[in-house]
Design a protein around this ligand. Structure first.
Ligand SMILES: Nc1ncnc2c1ncn2[C@@H]1O[C@H](COP(=O)(O)OP(=O)(O)OP(=O)(O)O)[C@@H](O)[C@H]1O
Length: 214
């Protein structure tokens, strides 16, 4: 079934200030939506709204043409959200972190799958160290290994390139391209220049109401 996430006349206010107003956007299978804007313009807030984590907004969101609030459970089964912090548990090893993520996602999975995912993000040899002893970029890579492990068609990724080295950036760009070419969708924020040869729409915040350009 093809994907379609739409927002109509979205508005969100914080501390008496509109982060965005009258914001329309849409993302379908095979597309990347990039949310841009300066620090504090509301990118994280918009991603949390679009991933069903915040309810204090105005306007409407539709998932596959149904109101998001009505099909929330179904929507969550299609979503993989990675926040701007890596979200790894410092006392757990990368392997244990991935097992924990899988349990939270309600999926099973084998240690062989988790090892393979860690290998794909360049963490072979680090699987048994407490994650708190890994570098910032390595901790980010543990979080990114979830993209390999939890097959979900809609990815919402808040600054996924943070702390990643140049080779890792190229690998992640290729991973994102493969996902959308396979029919998936990605909503992301990044301050990184991207080189991904797939259809990409942009939403710019911080310029008044939140302007949409493609
Ligand atoms: N729960 C909250 N209560 C009050 N204000 C908030 C809350 N969450 C965010 N804000 C404010 O909303 C604004 C937008 O925050 P947000 O994190 O969405 O920005 P951002 O564009 O992602 O920023 P950055 O590029 O720095 O990550 C900020 O000024 C922030 O202080």
């Amino acid at each position: 079934m093809s994907l379609r996430l739409q927002a109509r006349k979205l508005a969100c206010e914080r501390d008496g200030r509109w982060l965005f107003r009258d914001l329309d956007l849409e993302i379908r299978s095979g597309e990347i939506l990039r949310v841009e804007g300066p620090n504090g313009s509301g990118k994280t807030t918009l991603l949390k709204i679009l991933s069903g984590q915040l309810a204090d907004y105005e306007g409407s969101i539709f998932w596959r043409d149904a109101p998001l609030r009505r099909v929330h459970r179904n929507f969550l089964a299609s979503l993989l959200y990675l926040g701007h912090a890596p979200g790894v548990k410092a006392a757990l090893t990368p392997l244990e972190n991935l097992a924990w993520y899988q349990a939270m996602a309600g999926t099973g999975g084998t240690e062989a799958q988790r090892m393979s995912a860690l290998e794909m993000v360049g963490l072979r040899g680090f699987e048994d160290l407490p994650a708190g002893q890994l570098s910032a970029g390595q901790q980010r890579r543990v979080a990114l290994a979830r993209l390999e492990l939890t097959p979900r068609p809609l990815w919402v990724l808040d600054e996924p390139f943070t702390a990643i080295d140049r080779e890792g950036v190229a690998d992640l760009e290729a991973r994102l391209a493969a996902h959308v070419r396979g029919g998936g969708s990605v909503v992301l924020t990044t301050h990184q220049a991207l080189d991904i040869p797939v259809p990409m729409c942009r939403v710019r915040l911080g310029e008044g109401k939140g302007n949409v350009a493609s």
